[in-house]
Design a protein around this ligand. Structure first.
Ligand code: C2G
Length: 459
């Protein structure tokens, strides 16, 4: 189509479960001109602007809009600044949007004419989702350090109904449900708990209990989200992942960083190659749990077990498969309190993960390349902002995002959305990602055992 002398109209939206309200708005927008461009928001951008409960994937939503014969072009909207860029790129005459946004896009008047159109009352994606998809019934397993935060954050994911708990200590359950009225049912028998209508569970217990609890939940056909690491032995990890596959359910470690909008944007930006060939990824995570009054039994699980998942996630996502792993650990009270984990990857690239519960350091991360580096300030695992820096400091730029709450809701939203879409694995944290990330801690366990054996032999 020759667009010369044509009036170009653009509009944007999520268009989850495309409905009458969307259609009316799109038709009104088209009537304003000759050529209609529709920007469909992608999942990551939606999460970053607080839309957690979208039930369809970007592709499904794009396809639904593309199928409308009066829509001339469909693009994907990936970040906040894109609207302004699109106005120039497509030489847009009119930007149209529903009047629920009145005033919000006045800043675009400097590029084009902004028109707020009447919105259709009485219909919304939220209502449709409730009617057609139903709620995912979810239960809590254990009463760990993160359980309260999980309940608080799950309240923002409207597709989840979290009202049941299993824990050993019945008095503790009673206290917890009193403080959290949404938790209506408590069990101190795991089999009874699994025998209910619960479709999915969140496990937050001592690490060594994960394997058995996950296995039973998977056998009972439940989807599982479990604190990291999900198993303490290589063969157990493999067994659980194949069991999840066989049972056609989802098994995810609760590595919240993997699902945070800014972290995903960071990975996309790095892929663009501005910092050249990547040579090294360094990431630190330390926490003096004893000073924060964590029980000794928690600390005795070892710094590598408790903390290495996060640095390993960043290093694996950026550098890929590991070739070798070397541990420089310190502090041995029967467990490690500090560990420097150096890994090598393809083309001689190096990952340096620093974890400690008995030493304190700056919790930042640096990704170094031949042309520049990315700096993610502490706490890098709650990714908010990151800087692209170059020799010529004038070329440096930064990305800044906000996240809501303590960041857990993005992971819970992804978990729920995968279940709703009938997916049994996540692209964000695939089974091979899970194996690669967890194996760092599992190999450290083998390393310690081997070293202890050698020490005994020497004596
Ligand atoms: N809409 C409507 N009537 C409804 C529901 C939605 O007219 N009952 C309109 C909205 O006003 C918007 C479009 O349909 O113009 C898409 O709505 P959503 O899918 O809810 O997307 P939204 O969050 O409004 O996206 O960059 C994204 C945009 O800024 C807005």
């Amino acid at each position: 189509m020759n667009l010369k002398n044509k009036k170009i109209v653009i509009t944007y939206g999520t268009y989850d479960m495309l409905h009458e309200g969307h259609l009316k708005l799109l038709k009104r927008a088209k009537a304003l001109g000759d050529y209609l461009i529709v920007g469909v928001t992608d999942e990551n951008y939606d999460r970053s602007r607080g839309k957690l409960n979208v039930s369809q994937s970007t592709q499904e939503r794009v396809d639904a809009v593309k199928a409308l014969d009066f829509v001339d072009k469909v693009i994907v909207e990936k970040h906040k600044k894109q609207k302004a860029e699109d106005m120039v790129k497509y030489d847009v005459d009119i930007f149209a949007i529903g009047d629920d946004w009145i005033g919000a896009f006045d800043y675009l008047n400097k590029y084009t004419h902004v028109e707020y159109l009447p919105r259709t009352e009485g219909i919304s994606s939220t209502q449709l989702r409730k009617k057609h998809i139903g709620l995912i019934k979810m239960g809590l397993v254990g009463l760990g350090r993160d359980t309260q935060a999980f309940v608080d954050e799950a309240a923002y994911v409207s597709s989840i109904k979290l009202n049941r708990i299993y824990a050993d200590d019945f008095l503790a359950i009673k206290k917890f449900s009193k403080e959290n009225p949404s938790i209506e049912y408590g069990h101190d028998n795991y089999e009874d708990f699994l025998d209910t209508h619960v479709q999915a569970v969140y496990i937050d217990t001592a690490l060594k209990r994960h394997y058995t609890l996950i296995k039973k939940a998977l056998e009972a056909g439940k989807h599982v989200l479990c604190e990291n690491p999900i198993a303490m032995e290589k063969k157990e990890l493999k067994e659980l992942l194949s069991l999840a596959k066989k049972q056609k359910v989802l098994l995810l470690p609760a590595l919240k960083t993997a699902f945070m909008p800014a972290f995903n944007q960071l990975l996309k930006e790095i892929e663009k190659g501005d910092i050249g060939e990547i040579k090294e990824v360094r990431a630190t995570r330390t926490s003096l749990y004893r000073e924060k009054n964590y029980p000794e039994s928690f600390i005795a699980q070892g710094a590598t077990n408790i903390l290495s998942g996060y640095p390993s996630l960043l290093i694996h996502k950026v550098l890929g498969k590991r070739k070798s792993t070397t541990f420089f650990d310190q502090g041995d009270d029967g467990y490690d309190t500090s560990n420097l984990i150096v890994t090598t990857h393809k083309n001689g690239t190096v990952g340096v993960a620093r974890v400690a519960t008995g030493a304190k350091s700056e919790g930042d991360a640096v990704i170094s390349g031949t042309k520049g580096y990315v700096y993610i300030p502490a706490p890098w695992w709650l990714t908010k902002e990151f800087y692209f820096k170059f020799e010529d400091s004038h070329k440096s730029y930064k990305f800044k995002y906000e996240f809501e709450g303590c960041g857990l809701r993005y992971m819970i939203a992804e978990f729920a959305s995968l279940i709703q879409r009938g997916k049994h694995t996540s692209q964000t944290l695939s089974p091979s990602d899970i194996v690669a990330i967890s194996r760092v801690a599992l190999e450290y366990k083998d390393f310690r055992e081997q070293r202890a054996e050698n020490d005994t032999k020497e004596k």
